[in-house]
Design a binder for this molecule. Structure first.
Ligand code: ADP
Ligand code: MG
Length: 153
């Protein structure tokens, strides 16, 4: 599996990574956002969604309690937070598999749906590095290849 790293010195750097990923995003892409509480998953997702919407002030609430929020953006995007997922059947109620085929999906706490994540998913792991963060991207499909090319530019 190919991999790529980016050092994120501050919140603005995390947001820029989200904006860069938005440029490369296509319908059907699935981004798995791993990392502890406060690692920056929602910060990255919010910046990505705002870039897709071309609206820097768009309200992008964390889907902590709703588990999913959907946006009718350039590429329609479903933003999941599975931290509070109680069972696999709840994923069906959320229309998880359908969402993955309609537009793109950003999934916080993808470990909760590990067996349901497509093999083509782009995995983004955010780690604390002192006060800063480090993003490690990996994947084995077109989504990773496209993102890697886009980030290298
Ligand atoms: P998560 O969704 O992973 O729980 P959030 O995005 O909600 O995390 O919160 C991340 C917190 O860390 C926010 O307070 C944000 O300002 C801060 N943050 C994000 N990226 C960085 C960074 N690269 N360096 C330092 N702080 C960051
Ligand atoms: Mg979050």
């Amino acid at each position: 599996m190919a991999g790529l790293e980016r050092f994120l010195a501050d919140e603005a750097a995390t947001a820029r990574l989200g904006e860069d990923l938005a440029m490369a995003l296509r319908p059907g892409d699935v981004l798995a956002l791993k990392g502890d509480l406060g690692a920056g998953k929602s910060t990255l997702a919010r910046a990505l969604i705002r870039a897709l919407a071309d609206d820097t002030a768009l309200d992008v609430p964390s889907p902590t309690f709703t588990l999913v929020q959907s946006y009718d953006t350039r590429v329609p995007v479903h933003h999941f937070d599975l931290y509070r997922l109680s069972s696999a059947s709840e994923l069906d109620e959320l229309g998880f598999d359908d969402a993955l085929t309609q537009g793109a999906a950003l999934v916080e706490w993808p470990q909760r749906a590990e067996t349901r994540m497509p093999a083509s998913a782009l995995w983004i792991e955010l780690d604390h590095q002192g006060e800063a963060r480090r993003a490690s991207l990996s994947g084995q499909g077109a989504t990773f290849e496209r993102a890697a090319r886009s980030l290298a530019m």
